[in-house]
Design a protein. Structure first.
Length: 555
């Protein structure tokens, strides 16, 4: 809501003086807002004191502006802490979890996230994609967009040719029934080991995939089985994370939609035959995109194009986000380029992210350091449970709380830092109740809840003069800028903006709580405190929800 004041001041300055200014929130110091005047100084050729006078005269009449001061080339603004606090706190009190919400707009955003590969364990890389994508979905919805969440399952491609060949050679039906993904991974790894000295296996695999594409009944049946079993495993993870998709149309779904893409590409004269293969030239700066192999088989790119076109025809999206790691950078640059060549009005964004490290080393499926994600989540939940048993053994909803805390810890660990940074995967650290963790935020919210349960808030008995006190007013400012944080998170496709906002808010609250008694006898002070902390809880809870984390009433 501080942004609202900013907008109003900017408008006032524009209509009265015809100046376009930036308004910043100074990091520290005694001021609440600052207008840098350097640029204006140059463009108007006026003297600084005169410019200051002009702007001051215009903004000083704003109800929330208390005073201004010129320091260097900055016009610093002090807000009227009473009127501003009243407006923020009563708004949040009234809107509750709708605070920060924007009215519905006409834009459609497709988010392609999670998208694991069947017949493989759900990897931590896919966890990152899932968690960041899910949060972006909630954030864009909050801002009024229509969001379509799609799980573009990796269920098609030459790797399935490899699996079919491998299954023929070394598959064990019994083992497959018992632990499908483990068995499929075993034969897949074996395929690569053997194929190193026996390259003709690769040709067999290509052939097998081609037959699958052409609809070979036996192969399709086996493939369907691989897929169904894998999905069952993935659903366990999604259920724990409480993540659901609007569509699970994976790569195979586009098998019968390839001709359409080829037609569209042809109609724009984009296709070229090169050494028997079909390609699209994308300019000198990036390699051409391979659309069909010389044997006619499609590729990952072909299916991504088919998906994009299908989604455009189905959802008519304005923007499409792909939550995929950095190793596919080139692929999405090519896809973007093709969308430009097709002259489709879609903004394509590759939202990438860093690696997951364990003790500084990359986790990977091949080397076997990749623990099964479902097991990891269960472990986190059981550790959370042990911690609660110690702190609050009589808690009624202990299983629900352990699940929220255990899963929330893993999710927050992923979302607390800029997505481009690598994350460290250490359960013990993420489950701490202190520091930058999910449990810390959940605990702060629960703490507030238990105070609020003691007594009832009377909103008409609030003394806003208390907000002259910085420990009160700093909290108000942090509450008020939550709406800005949500917008920034969407602009940067970066949920960590919200995580950081919540951490600062929780820290401010905890130091406020250390300095001030909340449940005091004085009625006005009591109600002021209650209103303030209930606002803090509203923001923490809604922020957690936007990150895909459950908040709790008790823990
Ligand atoms: N299944 C792919 C992988 O694991 C990710 C798919 C991402 N989405 C897409 N439309 N290409 O590498």
């Amino acid at each position: 809501m501080l942004d609202l004041v900013k907008v109003e001041l900017k408008e006032k300055i524009l209509t009265n003086l015809n100046y376009e200014v930036d308004i910043e929130i100074p990091r520290r110091g005694d001021y609440d807002l600052a207008i840098p005047l350097f640029r204006l100084l140059k463009s108007t050729n006026l003297k600084l004191p005169f410019l200051y006078e002009q702007i001051n005269n215009v903004i000083i009449t704003h109800p929330h502006v208390k005073s201004t001061e010129l320091i260097g080339a900055f016009l610093n603004i002090k807000l009227n802490s009473q009127s501003f606090s009243k407006s923020v706190l009563t708004t949040v009190y009234k809107l509750e979890d709708r605070f920060g919400e924007e009215p519905t707009n006409n834009e459609v955003v497709v988010i392609d996230y999670s998208s694991p590969n069947i017949a493989k364990n759900f990897s931590v890389g896919h966890l990152r994609s899932t968690v960041i994508g899910h949060s972006l979905k909630l954030i864009f919805q909050k801002l009024g967009y229509t969001v379509v969440g799609i799980n573009h399952l990796g269920d098609w491609g030459t790797q399935f040719g490899k699996l079919l060949v491998a299954y023929d050679l070394w598959g064990n039906e019994e083992k497959l029934k018992e632990a499908p993904i483990d068995e499929l991974q075993r034969i897949y790894i074996k395929f690569h080991e053997v194929a190193e000295n026996k390259p003709e296996l690769e040709d067999e695999a290509r052939q097998a995939f081609k037959e699958l594409e052409e609809g070979d009944k036996e192969k399709l049946k086996l493939w369907t089985y691989f897929k169904d079993e894998s999905l069952k495993e993935f659903m366990k993870v999604y259920d724990l994370l409480n993540v659901h998709f609007d569509s699970y149309a994976g790569e195979a779904f586009y098998n019968d939609k390839i001709d359409h893409v080829i037609d569209v590409l042809n109609s724009k004269n984009l296709l070229k035959i090169d050494d028997g293969a079909t390609i699209i030239d994308l300019g000198d700066d990036i390699p051409p995109a391979l659309i069909k192999r010389s044997d006619g088989a499609t590729l990952y790119m072909t299916r991504d194009l088919a998906a994009l076109l299908y989604r455009y025809e189905t959802y008519n999206m304005n923007k499409t986000l792909y939550l995929v790691g950095n190793e596919q950078k080139l692929h999405f640059e090519q896809l973007k380029r093709i969308v430009e060549l097709l002259e489709l009005p879609i903004e394509v964004v590759h939202v990438n992210f860093g690696l997951v490290l364990i003790d500084g080393k990359k986790m990977s499926t091949r080397s076997g350091t990749n623990a099964n994600l479902h097991d990891v989540l269960l472990e986190s939940i059981s550790d959370a449970k042990a911690a609660i048993m110690e702190k609050n053994p009589t808690l009624e909803s202990i299983d629900e709380a352990s699940r929220a805390i255990g899963v929330g810890a893993v999710v927050f660990n992923d979302l607390k830092n800029d997505r481009n940074l690598n994350i460290d995967f250490n359960l013990e650290n993420m489950l701490r109740f202190e520091g930058q963790t999910g449990p810390y935020l959940q605990y702060t919210s629960v703490r507030i809840n238990s105070i609020l349960k003691e007594t009832n808030l009377d909103i008409n008995q609030v003394d806003y003069s208390l907000f002259e006190n910085p420990s009160y007013f700093d909290l108000v400012k942090q509450i008020s800028t939550f709406s800005e944080a949500i917008k920034k998170a969407a602009e940067e496709y970066n949920p960590s903006v919200i995580s950081k906002h919540l951490l600062v808010l929780a820290q401010l609250f905890n130091s406020f709580y250390g300095q001030n008694r909340i449940l005091v006898d004085d009625v006005a002070t009591l109600n002021t405190n209650l209103l303030l902390i209930s606002n803090v809880r509203t923001v923490i809870n809604e922020g957690l929800r936007l990150l895909g984390i459950k908040y709790l009433d008790e823990m």
